[in-house]
Structures are given as structure tokens and as C-alpha cells.
Design a protein around this ligand. Structure first.
Ligand code: 5BU
Length: 263
């Protein structure tokens, strides 16, 4: 069967990459395809929300450089929550430089992303060297990479031939590139599998004031055959309880997946 018709668990064998295998295993076990994009600015807010929503997500997506009070203690607290709630961590770093530079950016500096982020992402824009540079650091640590094949924002230039070239690049680095950021499944071949994660998911609004465009979990998972919904403000900026909102998205994402399997 095509990979969109297979369960997350059945797809584990399609990957050699440790992070991909671990992620699919975790999704099957926790029955969730929800990733929380936790874009808040303080350690306290971040850790509080992550502790509440942790049970319902497979992946916690970070923008580590927006924390105003980042320190090493934050990483220790984050790792504690990761063990407590059993989720993986995706630093949405969007690397975009030459291989040698991204190697340093990935492993060094204040954030040392490779030490704690199971997954990160990169723009294919600079060419294959960006993947090779990140791979030198990440693969020995069991990390995985997503290529930005599409973006959710209005007017994105990542379309058409660019998106196709991102798929080709991923094919040349199957050991490290585990999938894509995209709005839809890009490869519909039962012999090759990539994990697709989609940002720009919301149940209550269609856009923000800065170019973001929202689609529903059902649209993304059932109609577009994506694998993971990435939800930020829809969960943590709601007037309702964050746990209630997380559950609402978790259920919407998982039900759309179950419906896809049955169709
Ligand atoms: P929101 O609050 O659900 O709109 O947050 C979306 C998150 O996904 C936010 O962290 C963005 O940086 C991220 N994102 C995105 O919105 N669109 C994209 O194409 C990519 C990332 Br890549």
C-alpha cells in the first residue's frame, strides 16, 4: 500500500535514521500526530505550557533564539520534561548558509542545538553542502533533518521547481533527511517514504496579520496526506484552557489520520 495508507508504526521499517524511527514509534505509542510550536519568550511560560501539553504531543517545536532568559538550566529543564512526557524536540532553526557555517551554527554558539534537538530543519537554497555540513554533526548523534520544501506563508517562493529540487536533494541524503516541511505529501511512491510536517494549522482562524495562512487538521492530514500537524497560537493563545485546546487538536489530527487509513 502507499505510505499514506500505512500506519505510522508500519512505516518505521522504511527508515534507517534513528530519529525518524523513534518519532514514528512514539506517535504510534502515544496516538498523536500533534506538534506544539511553543513560541513564547520566557523560560517560565515555556516550561509551564510544555509540562501541561507534553502528554498530548509527539514533537515539541522550539525557536530557541526567542527566549529572553535562555540559559543552560533551560536545556536541563527541557530534557526533564522530555523524559517525563515522552516527546521529541524539533528546533525550527531553518539553517540557510554554506555547509561549513551551518556545522558551527548547529553544534556551537550558545545554543548547541545538536546536543538537545532530535530534529532540525534547513532551507535547500544553498545546495547539497548545507545537508552535508549538518549531517557531519547530526548523524553521529542520531539526529534527523527536514528540508523546507514549502512554506505556509502567503507569497512563499518555495513552490514548483524549487519544491521538486528539495525532494531531489532529500533523495540524495536518505540517511539524514527524514522528511519535509510542506503542506502536503510530496512523494507518492510506495518504495520511498518521507515524514511530512505541516505548519499553518488552526481551527479557528484562516490567517494572522503577517502572512500566515491556516488550514484545518483534516485538510492537512486527510486531504493532503501530511503526517504531522504543527500548531502554535491555536493552542497556547486560546482563551480556553491550553490542555483542552491541545486535546482538541490532538483528536482532530488523529481522527483525520484514522479516516485516511480507512478510506
Ligand atoms: P502558529 O502560531 O501556529 O502560526 O505558529 C506556526 C509555527 O510554525 C511558527 O513557529 C513558525 O515559525 C513555524 N512555521 C510556519 O508557520 N510556516 C512555515 O512554513 C514554517 C514554519 Br517552515
Amino acid at each position: 500500500a502507499f505510505n499514506s495508507k500505512k500506519t505510522y508504526g508500519e512505516r518505521i521499517e522504511n527508515f534507517t535514521n534513528i530519529a525518524a524511527r523513534e518519532l514514528l514509534t512514539l506517535m504510534e505509542r502515544k496516538k498523536t500526530n500533534l506538534s506544539l510550536a511553543l513560541d513564547v519568550n520566557t523560560k517560565r511560560e515555556f516550561l509551564e505550557i510544555a509540562d501541561k501539553v507534553g502528554p498530548y504531543i509527539c514533537l515539541l517545536k522550539t525557536h530557541i533564539d526567542i527566549l529572553v532568559d535562555f540559559d543552560q538550566d533551560f536545556i536541563e529543564q527541557l530534557k526533564k520534561l522530555q523524559n517525563k512526557h515522552d516527546f521529541m524536540i524539533f528546533e525550527d532553526r531553518k539553517f540557510a548558509d554554506i555547509g561549513n557555517t551551518v556545522k558551527h551554527q548547529y553544534s556551537k554558539g550558545i545554543y548547541k542545538i545538536a546536543e538537545w534537538a532530535n530534529i532540525t530543519n534547513a532551507h535547500p537554497l544553498p545546495g547539497d553542502g548545507i545537508v552535508s555540513g549538518l549531517k557531519e554533526v547530526g548523524l553521529p548523534l542520531g539526529r534527523g533533518l527536514l528540508l523546507l520544501a514549502e512554506m505556509s506563508s502567503k507569497g512563499s517562493l518555495a513552490t514548483g521547481a524549487y519544491t521538486e529540487a528539495a525532494v531531489e536533494m532529500a533523495r540524495r541524503h536518505r540517511d539524514f533527511v527524514i522528511g519535509f516541511i510542506a503542506g502536503r505529501k510530496l512523494v507518492s511512491n510506495e518504495n520511498e517514504d518521507f515524514i511530512v510536517m505541516s505548519p499553518g494549522v488552526g481551527l479557528d482562524s484562516s490567517k494572522d496579520g503577517l502572512g500566515q495562512q491556516y488550514r484545518t487538521p483534516r485538510n492537512v492530514i486527510l486531504e493532503s496526506n501530511s503526517d504531522i500537524i504543527i500548531v502554535g497560537r491555536g493552542i497556547y493563545e486560546s482563551d480556553k484552557d491550553v490542555i483542552e485546546e491541545a486535546l482538541r487538536y490532538k483528536n482532530a489530527g488523529w481522527n483525520a489520520y484514522l479516516e485516511r487509513l480507512m478510506n
